[in-house]
Design a binder for this molecule. Structure first.
Ligand SMILES: Nc1ncnc2c1ncn2[C@@H]1O[C@H](COP(=O)(O)OP(=O)(O)OP(=O)(O)O)[C@@H](O)[C@H]1O
Ligand SMILES: [Mg+2]
Length: 273
């Protein structure tokens, strides 16, 4: 990425397999960064608009969103579309959301236009300078995700410990290694592969977890695995942060996201050095 481009530290949360916990990672990492005192944006790059809803920043069709920002194909076009996170917690004032609506699907027809993969990067330029941006992607490697990959510094991959989850993560790594340069982002790197929705009591999960060190090598963040917990699903449905849950399990998992956020801040410092 051009050294003079004004931007934040952009973390693309992606995985080819759907339902792996990408949006939960984006939502809960945003909360963790904000609790740590960091200003943080969540760019909803998924027409499902799940992170927009879970961060209480939904928009109606026609309201400014990431879709209009991309369509504009102009530097800084995202600026007017950001919304505050709607959670009442004091730290949530440090979270902004670039919301999506299902009409983000309409941007797919632009995929073949010259430079279309750079439109999100252009739109974000100057909007997130000096802060953290989390890019919550759809379960796809197609145009919307490619725009996010063209914009990001690092990639975080939630992986469910099951065959399809592992396959999806390996596909992402291969895709990034083969295509980052063609997306105009040769320095894009994998920050980590993080086990997600882990049910340690399941033999099949234990089996896949045991294979991960060999499959993912240095990318694997085995020590920050996110367990499957009803409290996480409930907090997602209620569009509240884990810390607002009455359940102890939610707070334990929030602590794990804090560890993850701190590790990403260390990585940001290392890459900036
Ligand atoms: N660790 C977890 N424990 C329990 N439920 C979870 C956990 N992580 C995610 N979920 C739930 O599983 C579903 C899928 O999670 P999420 O939406 O975060 O995945 P995703 O990868 O973003 O999905 P998509 O591919 O559709 O974008 C949601 O209902 C969410 O609440
Ligand atoms: Mg999602």
């Amino acid at each position: 990425m051009a050294a003079d481009e004004e931007r934040g530290f952009r973390i693309c949360v992606m995985q080819g397999k759907g339902g792996s916990g990408k949006t939960e990672f984006a939502k809960n990492l945003a909360a963790a960064f904000a609790e740590e005192g960091e200003d943080v944006d969540v760019a909803d790059c998924d027409p499902q608009a799940n992170s927009s809803r879970r961060l209480a920043a939904e928009v109606d069709e026609g309201e400014p969103s990431i879709s209009e920002a991309i369509k504009a194909s102009a530097t800084g076009a995202a600026w007017d579309a950001y919304r505050p996170c709607g959670w009442p917690e004091p730290y949530a004032s440090r979270i902004r959301v670039l919301p999506a609506h299902f009409d983000l699907e309409n941007r797919l027809v632009e995929a073949g236009l010259p430079g279309a993969h750079l439109r999100l990067r252009k739109a974000l330029t100057g909007c997130d300078t000096g802060i953290i941006s989390l890019l919550d992607c759809a379960p796809s490697l197609a145009h919307l995700t490619q725009m996010a990959l063209a914009s990001a510094d690092v990639i975080l991959i939630p992986v469910e410990p099951e065959k399809d989850g592992v396959k999806g993560a390996l596909r992402v790594i291969d895709f990034v290694q083969k295509n980052a340069a063609d997306l105009g982002n040769p320095d894009l790197r994998i920050a980590g592969v993080v086990p997600s929705r882990v049910r340690a009591e399941l033999g099949a999960h234990a089996e896949q977890l045991a294979r991960m060190p060999e499959l993912f090598g240095e990318y694997l963040w085995a020590d920050v695995a996110i367990p499957e917990r009803t409290a996480i699903k409930e907090a997602a449905d209620e569009a509240i942060p884990l810390r607002a849950s009455k359940k102890k399990a939610a707070h334990e998992v929030a602590d794990v996201f804090t560890v993850m956020a701190r590790r990403l801040l260390t990585l940001r410092a290392e890459l900036a050095a």
